[in-house]
Design a protein around this ligand. Structure first.
Ligand SMILES: [Zn+2]
Length: 428
């Protein structure tokens, strides 16, 4: 927790222009995704900001002149986060926005969780902290800064919601008027502490059912329910299984000619999915195949139920959740769009780009323990063939009963052993 009201000026930083140690000016600025401490360089006089260590900024801190002309950050791993922030001071003025106070509380000691983010997966994992904090600090008042689209994910009527009505993709540009609005709210409370919002909170103890209002797949029903396999489509990351196409797609992103190759890239992924479906269906003719995700480009052939949409609204999220929670296996390329599907489905196959290997498991919501964890959670290389992916899916579906049965027996044995120990303990 970081005490921010009253705020004790104590965030250390080095000037992005001359590198000298600076003085925290004692003021905070709520930019949107980031909370910044105002700084002044005692050597060259530059006024600049430093990110408070919350969310991804705890991993990749940024210092940035107030006009964005000078900045220091981790260029290798942190550019994706730092560049939108720096640009928000250079050219993007940030959008006009309506901020609403929902479920207000009378006052007290406030814990504030900032879940504003341009990526839905990030919003979702940040939001887990609200549920964890609620259990940890039941007597404190909780407020959450949240994109309006995600308010339905707060089911606790005692949690105050600060709803920012802006499309997610606009949030990275900063939120006009947020700083003044937030500081006005502080006046209702005796004190305000800001959650560090760890972006990889522990999965244990998280009630997915409570957060999503959708019960994850019950493994008891794995062999009873009709077999359903779902691919999660993403419009900016693809399974291509071709080094040449991979190179072409990366070059198109770098040099800005994606619009020229997009159709071909989408067609290639649909082609691979067609081959995957055939292989699985040869062995499991009863299987049903669905595809969810944003974007409706690339038509799917017969045999696929296309549940993709161009824009997302709450009713679509709820419909997709119903699909995930009744899917034996979900398949998709690594990314935060996999968080909810892997939390709700029985198992998953994730296609992992090699540059994402260090981030393995970051986008996984599955909670199975014991042998079932690795059995129902498979990672395959980005250059895997439909044959290999199908092999994993078939092994999960056909071998489930054997592994599940053994795992249950082991749990029963352990419970029995604990029971015997307890009995012995009681006896002595
Ligand atoms: Zn300086």
């Amino acid at each position: 927790m970081i005490d921010i009201y009253p705020y004790n000026a104590s965030t250390p930083a080095n000037c992005p222009r001359c590198g000298a140690e600076s003085k925290d000016a004692g003021e905070l600025f709520f930019q949107g995704t980031h909370v910044l401490a105002e700084q002044n360089c005692s050597d060259c006089g530059l006024d600049f900001y430093v990110t408070l260590p919350i969310g991804h900024a705890a991993l990749y801190p940024v210092v940035c002149a107030r006009d964005g002309r000078y900045a220091r950050y981790n260029r290798q791993e942190g550019s994706w986060m730092a560049l939108p922030l720096i640009r928000s001071f250079q050219k993007d003025a940030g959008a006009e926005v309506e901020i609403a106070l929902l479920q207000p509380n009378p006052g007290g000691e406030l814990l504030l969780v900032n879940c504003l983010d341009s990526c839905f997966g990030h919003v979702f994992t940040k939001l887990w902290n609200v549920y964890l904090l609620k259990k940890q600090y039941p007597f404190k008042t909780l407020a959450v800064l949240l994109p309006a689209r995600c308010c339905w994910l707060i089911t606790d009527s005692e949690v105050e919601i600060w709803s920012v009505d802006l499309p997610l993709e606009e949030l990275g540009k900063g939120v006009q008027g947020l700083d003044a609005w937030v500081k006005e709210q502080f006046k209702r409370f005796a004190s305000v502490a800001l959650s560090e919002v760890p972006v990889h909170p522990p999965l244990e103890g998280l009630d997915v059912d409570e957060i999503l209002q959708a019960r994850p797949f019950d493994l008891e029903d794995f062999e009873k329910l009709p077999l359903q396999l779902t691919f999660i489509w993403r419009s900016d990351r693809f399974w291509l299984n071709s080094r040449l196409l991979d190179l072409l797609y990366k070059a198109s992103i770098k040099f800005g000619f994606q619009f020229l190759v997009r159709d071909m890239i989408c067609f290639r992924q649909v082609h691979l999915l067609g081959r995957l479906r055939k292989r699985i269906q040869n062995a499991l003719p009863e299987a049903r195949f669905l595809v969810t995700g944003l974007n409706t480009s690339a038509r799917f052939p017969k045999g696929w139920e296309d549940e993709r949409v161009p824009h997302i609204v709450e009713s679509v999220e709820r419909r997709w959740n119903e699909i995930f929670r009744t899917s034996q296996v979900v398949i998709g390329v690594h990314g935060s769009h996999m968080l909810i599907p892997t939390a709700l489905a029985a198992g998953f196959v994730e296609i992992l780009p090699r540059h994402k290997v260090p981030h393995l498991t970051e986008d996984i919501g599955q909670q199975h323990g014991g042998r079932l964890g690795p059995f129902l959670g498979r990672f395959v290389d980005e250059f895997s063939s439909p044959r290999l992916v199908a092999h994993h899916v078939l092994s999960m579906v056909k071998g489930f009963g054997r592994v599940y049965g053994a795992d249950c027996m082991e749990v029963q044995k352990k419970q029995k052993a604990i029971g015997v120990e307890r009995e012995a303990f009681n006896y002595w």
